[in-house]
Write a protein that binds this ligand. Structure first.
Ligand SMILES: NC(=O)c1ccc[n+]([C@@H]2O[C@H](COP(=O)([O-])OP(=O)(O)OC[C@H]3O[C@@H](n4cnc5c(N)ncnc54)[C@H](OP(=O)(O)O)[C@@H]3O)[C@@H](O)[C@H]2O)c1
Length: 286
């Protein structure tokens, strides 16, 4: 039995590979670059090129579970359906999807994939992490979008007002994915929130970062229009920039805090202050 990790060179996928390797559970990594350190096995896989879907199954005929990381698209239904149908035809029995707190089943982006999995007949676990503590190139986090404005202007611009977020570490998301993939429970068809251990407003986050960096960082309260424009400047399509802004506005309305207080989520261990401390070079003045 082998696990296929799509997005296996990314943040959560590579941490998942590390956990499976420690447990000696066979896995194959899939991504466009297919570049991984030896002795890991990787295959070329591109969501937008169906001819690459078979590569992993040609390499290993016993793939029965898949970790799904979709590229950022407002509606990934078409590519997700092609791949899920193909994987099931090759014997896959369980999918673990990386989605998000804000993505309701049937709603935008991976919410649509959640719905496809529910209709597929396969076992599935949809992971719904909150906002990541991250250094990847996804345009919405301290280590990415905000890194250059923090460096240049000592500012974190958001539409979140006093809303609070239980920021989550990618290690904790990978552990939730690992648990869902190796679980011996039969008939799994569920979704799980994955959150960090503590709530922070962006004012509180800015104060923590100020302490770590030894200079004052301020949370700058911007309008939705300014937020959309800044995501577009970073290369997001207008529709995607609007969607990201609407997700951030849900923080302002207390949605992320409510999920945390509901106490039904998987709670990780990585704390915001530890993440700031370990990565302080990201926000240093040049
Ligand atoms: N950032 C947040 O706060 C947040 C919160 C909740 C959910 N999420 C979700 O987390 C996901 C990102 O997960 P992550 O951080 O683990 O990944 P990541 O570090 O952003 O890496 C993306 C992975 O996907 C691969 N990839 C990109 N485009 C591809 C394509 N066309 N075909 C095949 N593979 C492709 C990349 O490898 P190659 O470049 O080699 O192909 C890489 O392995 C996003 O879908 C986002 O919606 C993010």
């Amino acid at each position: 039995m082998t696990i296929l990790i799509t997005g296996g060179t990314g943040q959560t996928g590579s941490q998942l590979a590390r956990l499976l390797d420690i447990a000696k559970i066979p896995f194959v990594i899939a991504s466009r670059s297919a570049t991984v350190p030896a002795p890991f096995e990787a295959v070329k896989f591109d969501w937008f090129d169906e001819s690459t879907y078979r590569n992993a199954f040609d390499l290993r005929s016993d793939i029965d579970k898949v970790y799904l990381v979709l590229p950022p698209l407002v509606d990934p239904t078409a590519i997700a359906k092609s791949f899920i149908d193909f994987a099931i035809s090759k014997g896959v029995k369980r999918f673990v999807l990386l989605s998000a707190t804000v993505m309701e089943k049937g709603g935008a982006e991976t919410g649509k994939v959640h719905e496809l999995l529910a209709e597929s007949g396969a076992e599935y676990v949809v992971l719904r992490p909150t906002w990541f503590l991250t250094t990847s190139n996804f345009p919405e986090n301290f280590g990415t979008t905000f890194a250059s404005v923090i460096q240049d202007f000592d500012s974190i611009p958001t539409v979140t007002r006093d809303g609070r977020v239980p920021f989550v570490g990618v290690e904790d998301i990978a552990k939730a994915a690992y648990d869902a993939l190796v679980s011996t429970e039969k008939g799994l068809k569920t979704d799980r929130y994955v959150l960090g251990p503590q709530l922070y407003s962006y004012d509180e986050a800015a104060a923590l970062l100020s302490k770590v960096l030894g200079r004052t960082i301020t949370h700058q309260r911007i309008s939705p229009e300014e937020s959309i424009a800044s995501f577009e400047e970073l290369g997001a399509e207008p529709e995607y920039a609007s969607m990201l802004t609407s997700f951030a506005l849900q923080i302002a309305s207390g949605a992320e805090e409510a999920i945390f207080r509901d106490k039904k989520a998987i709670i990780g261990q990585v704390k915001l202050e530890d993440y700031f401390d370990a990565n302080k070079g990201l926000w240093a003045k040049n």
